[in-house]
Design a protein. Structure first.
Length: 210
C-alpha cells in the first residue's frame, strides 16, 4: 500500500477515535465477602449534606454500587431489584462525575458515555450535591414499558427507585462510602444535559462519595 494512503488512513482513524464516545468498562462487581447484609442494615444512614465528603470513589466501588442498584444477578433476565411483570429495568441510572455523564448499561455492565461534561453542579437544588464524586440519576424510561398500563408508569417507576436506591445504600454502607438520596433535582436541566428521549423522566438521584 502506498505510503501516502497509509498516512491518510492513520489520520482518518485518529480523527474517528477522537470523535468516538468513550465508554467505560466497569470492573467485576464485588459479590462476596465484605460486610454482612445485617451489619450493613444496622449501619445504613444518609451522610449529612453539609458534611458530604469530596473524596474519589474507586471504579470497583462504583461498579459494585451500580450492580447492586440494577445489575444482572441471574443469567440474562434476572436483576438485583424486582421489576413489574419481570420487565428489564425501566428506571435507568445515569452517572454524573468529573469526567462526564454516562448511562449504566446493566447488559454488559459498562458505562456508556453521554457527554464529557461535568454536570454535577447544575443538577441539584442544594449546593452540597456538587461535592459528591458521583451523582447516580434515576430516570424513568417510558420506552422500556412494554406491557404496563401507562397510568401505572409513575407508581412503578418510583417503586423501582426505592428498591434501587436502598440496594445502593446497603452496598455503599458495606463499602464504607458516603451516600444520600436526593429528590430536590432540576429535571429540566437533566433532560437537556442527558439528551433524554421523549417520555423519559428524571425522578431523583443518589450521591456517592468517600
Ligand atoms: C424520598 C426521599 C427524598 C429525599 N430528598 C432529599 C433531598 O432532596 N435532599 C436531601 O438532602 N435529602 C433528601 N433525602 C434524604 C432524607 O432527608 C434522609 O433519608 C432522612 O433525613 C433520614 O435519614 P437517614 O437516611 O440517615 O435515615 C430524601 C430521602 C427520601 C427517602
Amino acid at each position: 500500500m502506498p505510503c501516502f494512503i497509509r498516512k491518510v488512513i492513520a489520520i482518518l482513524s485518529l480523527f474517528c477515535f477522537s470523535c468516538c464516545y468513550a465508554d467505560i468498562t466497569l470492573p467485576t462487581p464485588q459479590t462476596r465477602d465484605g460486610m454482612s447484609l445485617f451489619a450493613s442494615l444496622k449501619k445504613r444512614s444518609s451522610t449529612p449534606g453539609g458534611g458530604f465528603p469530596v473524596g474519589q470513589v474507586a471504579d470497583d466501588e462504583l461498579s459494585t454500587v451500580l450492580w447492586a442498584a440494577s445489575g444482572l444477578n441471574r443469567g440474562k433476565n434476572g436483576w438485583t431489584v424486582p421489576m413489574a411483570n419481570g420487565n428489564s429495568p425501566y428506571v435507568r441510572i445515569y452517572v454524573a462525575g468529573e469526567k462526564g455523564t454516562f448511562l449504566y448499561e446493566w447488559e454488559g455492565h459498562y458505562l456508556k458515555e453521554i457527554n464529557n461534561k461535568d454536570i454535577r453542579a447544575d443538577i441539584g437544588l442544594q449546593n452540597f450535591t456538587k461535592r459528591a464524586a458521583y451523582s447516580l440519576i434515576f430516570v424513568s424510561d417510558a420506552r422500556a414499558f412494554t406491557d404496563i398500563n401507562p397510568e401505572q408508569i409513575t407508581n412503578f417507576s418510583y417503586t423501582a427507585v426505592g428498591a434501587m436506591s436502598q440496594n445502593a445504600y446497603l452496598a455503599a454502607t458495606a463499602l464504607k462510602l458516603s451516600t444520600r438520596y436526593i429528590h430536590s433535582i432540576k429535571p429540566d436541566v437533566i433532560i437537556q444535559e442527558l439528551e433524554l428521549p421523549e417520555g423519559s423522566k428524571p425522578l431523583g438521584m443518589l450521591l456517592l462519595g468517600k
